[in-house]
Design a protein around this ligand. Structure first.
Ligand code: F0G
Length: 422
C-alpha cells in the first residue's frame, strides 16, 4: 500500500504526485485531496496492526492511512489524548452517554498538532524554504512549535485584537515571525494564501490536504479507544471546517477499509454570530453563505470557511447535522466543563453546548452514545475565564468570584466558614 498516494483537485480533477509542492491546485486554485490506495490487508488486520503498535505518536500509529510513505517525521509526539466521562457535564448536557475527547491535551494545547506533524513533515519532504499560516491562534501556535522542531522559518498571520493571549504568546515564544493584520481571520487567510503562492512559501492552513490527513486521527484514535465500536454521534466545533472535512474523510475511509461496520453521524456546531455553515445547512446546502463574524469564541470567529465544500460532503455522507449555539450557551458550557476539572477554551465548549441543544431538540436521543471533541485547552484563553467569573455584571449563574480579604486569621476563618456553610 505504499505506492499509490496521490493528490487530486476537487475542482478540476487534475491529479498530482504526493510530493507536488503546492497547497492548492496550481491550475484552478481548487482544494486538493489526498487519495490513498486501499490497504492491501483486511480491516481486522489493519486494526491488529494499529492496536499492536507502541503508543508513541497518536498520529503516526495510523501511518498506513495518514501518509504511508513518510520518512524523517517531525513529531513532538502528539495525540494519545484521553476519552473522558464526567457525570456533571453529561447531566448538564442531558446526554447520559457523553464522552469528551480532550484534544486540548496535545503538546501545544490543541488538535492542530495532529495536522501540523503531517504538514511540517511534508514541508520538509518537498524542500520548502519556509512555512506560513493565517490563524485565529491555535494553528499559529502549533505551526510555530513544529517549524521550530524542523528548523524551518515560520510566518503566522493573525487578526488584530481577535486572538486569545495564550495563543499569541505561543507563536511569539516558539519563534514564528508574527504579523498582526488590521482585519479579520478571513482577510488574513486571503492575504497569506496569495503571498505564499507568490513567494513559494508552503501554506499550512487546513486548505493544505496533508493537515487533514493528520486531523483524521482524532476520529481514528477515538474509534480505537472504543474498541472500534463507533459512537452514534461525533460533535465538533466548526470554524474554517477543516476538522469537519477531516472527520468525514476518516469515517468514510474507516468504513470502506473495514475498520468499522457503520458510520456515526457528525454534528458540526458553530457560534450563532459566526454561523455561515449552519445557514447553508438550513438551505439544504443549495448556496454558500458568507458573514461578518462576531463571537466570544475567537477560535471559530470565521465568516467564510475555506473547507466549505469538503465539509458539505462530510455532513451529507454521514447523515450529519449543522447547528449554532449562542455565546451565552458557549460560556455556560465552558463553565460546566471547567468546573468538572476538565477545562477547555470557549470554542471547544461549543461542542458540549451543541450536544445539549441537539439532545433537547430530540435529534440526539437519550440512548445515543455521543463523543464531543474538546479542541483546545483552558489556558489558551485565560481572559475568557476572568471576564466570565470576575468582570461580568451581574455575575453569570456559574460565576466563581475570588474574595479579597485582609491578611488576618479572623478574615480567613470567616471566609472559609461562609463557603463551607453556603
Ligand atoms: N476549536 C478550536 C480550539 C480551534 O482553534 C479551531 C480552529 C476550531 C475549533 C475550528 O476548527 O477550523 O477545523 O473548523 N482554529 C483555526 C486556527 C481556525 O487558526 O487556529 P475548524
Amino acid at each position: 500500500m505504499t505506492a499509490g498516494t496521490r493528490q487530486r483537485c476537487a475542482g478540476c480533477g487534475t491529479e498530482f504526485p504526493e510530493t507536488a509542492p503546492h497547497a492548492r491546485c496550481p491550475n484552478c486554485q481548487g482544494l486538493l485531496e489526498i487519495q490513498h490506495a486501499a490497504p492491501a490487508v483486511t480491516g481486522r488486520e489493519l486494526r491488529g496492526l494499529f492496536d499492536g503498535r507502541p503508543r508513541g505518536s497518536g498520529v503516526w500509529r495510523f501511518r498506513e492511512i495518514v501518509l504511508p510513505t513518510a520518512q524523517d517525521i517531525v513529531s513532538y509526539p502528539e495525540g494519545n489524548t484521553p476519552l473522558l466521562t464526567r457525570p456533571s457535564v453529561s447531566h448538564w448536557a442531558d446526554v447520559p452517554d457523553l464522552l469528551l475527547k480532550h484534544e486540548g491535551l496535545n503538546p501545544t494545547g490543541s488538535f492542530k498538532d495532529r495536522g501540523m506533524t503531517v504538514g511540517v513533515t511534508q514541508a520538509r519532504r518537498i524542500g520548502a524554504r519556509a512555512v506560513a499560516c493565517a490563524s485565529t491562534g491555535n494553528t499559529g501556535a502549533s505551526l510555530a512549535a513544529y517549524a521550530a522542531l524542523a528548523a524551518l522559518p515560520a510566518f503566522v498571520v493573525i487578526p488584530q485584537g481577535q486572538v486569545a493571549v495564550g495563543k499569541l504568546a505561543q507563536a511569539i515564544a516558539y519563534g514564528a515571525r508574527t504579523l498582526v493584520v488590521r482585519g479579520n481571520f478571513d482577510r488574513c487567510l486571503e492575504l497569506v494564501d496569495e503571498a505564499s503562492r507568490e513567494l513559494g512559501v508552503y501554506l499550512l492552513n487546513s486548505v493544505n490536504p496533508f493537515r487533514l490527513e493528520g486531523q483524521k486521527t482524532i476520529v481514528l484514535e477515538m474509534l480505537q479507544q472504543l474498541d472500534w465500536e463507533p459512537p452514534d454521534w461525533i460533535v465538533v466545533p466548526a470554524g474554517n471546517l477543516g476538522n469537519t472535512a477531516a472527520f468525514g474523510k476518516a469515517l468514510g475511509e474507516a468504513r470502506e477499509w473495514g475498520l468499522i461496520g457503520r458510520l456515526p453521524r457528525l454534528a458540526a456546531v458553530q457560534a450563532v454570530g459566526a454561523a455561515p455553515f449552519a445557514a447553508s445547512f438550513r438551505d439544504g446546502f443549495t448556496r454558500r453563505h458568507r458573514v461578518e463574524p462576531h463571537t466570544v469564541a475567537t477560535a471559530i470567529n470565521i465568516g467564510n470557511p475555506a473547507s466549505h465544500d469538503r465539509a458539505v460532503q462530510a455532513i451529507r455522507e454521514t447523515d450529519g447535522v449543522v447547528t449554532a449555539v449562542s455565546d451565552d450557551a458557549i460560556l455556560e458550557a465552558k463553565a460546566v466543563v471547567d468546573a468538572a476539572g476538565v477545562g477547555c477554551e470557549p470554542a471547544s465548549a461549543a461542542a458540549v453546548a451543541g450536544a445539549r441543544q441537539l439532545a433537547r431538540e430530540g435529534v440526539i436521543r437519550a440512548t445515543d452514545r455521543v463523543v464531543a471533541v474538546l479542541t483546545g485547552h483552558l489556558l489558551k484563553d485565560p481572559a475568557a475565564v476572568t471576564r466570565y467569573h470576575i468582570e461580568t455584571e451581574p455575575p453569570p449563574p456559574r460565576a466563581n468570584r475570588p474574595v479579597e480579604i485582609e491578611a488576618r486569621p479572623s478574615e480567613i476563618e470567616r471566609a472559609l466558614r461562609a463557603s463551607l456553610t453556603a
